[in-house]
Design a binder for this molecule. Sequence first.
Ligand code: ZN
Length: 157
Amino acid sequence: MGARVISFHYTLTDPDGNQLDSSQGSDPLSFLEGGGQIIPGLEQALGKLESGTKTQVQVAAKDAYGEHNAENVIEVPRDKLPAEEVKVGDQFRAGEDARSPVVTVTAVSDQSVTLDGNHPLAGVDLTFDVEITAEIRDATDEEISHGHAHGPGGHHH
Ligand code: ZN
């Protein structure tokens, strides 16, 4: 069986019911099965649904952005940071590279700054209200070789 491209609308909420993200009002999101384009727990759940299904999917933190790992929290001397003004909640890349992890400032003192390299949603159980759009289609050879879906809601080159 070849890989498929599945398109869906979603609204993401955290355990307190706060809406974190939604595709409503824009194109549904398209992903290539097995491409690792979306979080594993959601991909697994969506792969079992039929076209047109509207349902709610619960994804535990470990199957979403992972558990919060205390080893990814580091304290660095204030003068090691390039930025002059630093406040709690600031986010920046830990390196020059666009693929460097994003870190979040979680504490600031006169001498040091605490940086959390975990994804902001690490340790958070997520709820997705999803609707699979009408068409689930077979992936093209090009999509399979690129490892992602093309077209509306997918990658544009
Ligand atoms: Zn491509």
